[in-house]
Design a protein around this ligand. Structure first.
Ligand code: PLP
Length: 219
């Protein structure tokens, strides 16, 4: 069940930070998305290509679709024609494929580089040191059809708020370091989910990805 009161609460909390809300609708029905659209929420995040494709077909491009899952190269071609932002790019091969497919359809696809900031090994992303080198080499030899708009990261799942704040702070520093030698298009720092977005905002996030708080828990 969609919690509209939460939507309005979250909006109020984001406003002073000028942060963008991505409503994470994975596993939730299209009817829930429609309900949020009616209340002015127009950006939705999805993790699975198959599910996203079905929802895109049902709802069209009126909502903006963000891909926030881990993307396999062989699935890139399915989402590139319409995706607004791909949050989780963490390899050269996926970026190359996004470039190739975007060029084929005459688009420039906005992406974020995912950085591994959590303790959990299972979470993906570039190591902090690697992302700097990767981005520098991208700037020297940009790929056609892709625009790197910023960074994304997920903190460790823990009750230790200081540890989470430290991880987000590390990501923000990295973001600022890269922003210093980027153009103004490099302007997005995607961090914070239902359980930790308040900390993320304090640490400089300007895009939060919130699912269960708005849509209820996932089974
Ligand atoms: C599922 C997911 C979210 C949303 O998680 P909630 O805890 O439900 O808010 C955010 N970001 C990513 C990358 C996700 O996979």
């Amino acid at each position: 069940m969609v919690d509209l009161a939460k939507l309005y609460d979250v909006r109020k909390e984001l406003a002073p930070f000028g942060a963008t809300l991505v409503a994470v609708s994975k596993t939730k029905p299209a009817s829930d998305i429609t309900e949020l659209i009616e209340h002015g929420q127009l950006i939705f995040g999805e993790n699975y290509v198959q599910e996203l494709s079905e929802k895109h077909e049902a709802l069209g491009s009126v909502p903006q679709w963000h891909f926030i899952g881990s993307l396999q190269s062989n699935k890139v071609k399915f989402i590139v024609p319409y995706i607004s932002l791909i949050h989780g790019v963490s390899s050269h091969s996926v970026l190359l494929e996004i470039s190739k497919r975007s060029t084929q359809v005459g688009r420039t696809t906005d992406v974020l580089l995912q950085v591994h900031i959590a303790k959990e090994e299972s979470k993906s992303g570039f190591d902090s040191e690697d992302v700097v080198a990767f981005y520098e080499s991208f700037l020297k030899a940009p790929l056609q059809g892709v625009s790197i708009r910023g960074l994304m990261g997920m903190a460790t799942l823990t009750d230790d708020q200081c540890a989470v704040a430290d991880e987000f702070q590390g990501l923000r520093r990295l973001y600022e370091k890269l922003a210093a030698f980027s153009g103004s298009d490099f302007n997005t720092l995607s961090m914070g989910m239902s359980g930790d977005y308040k900390i993320a905002l304090q640490e400089g996030s300007n895009m939060v990805r919130i699912g269960s708080l708005l849509f209820g828990s996932r089974s």
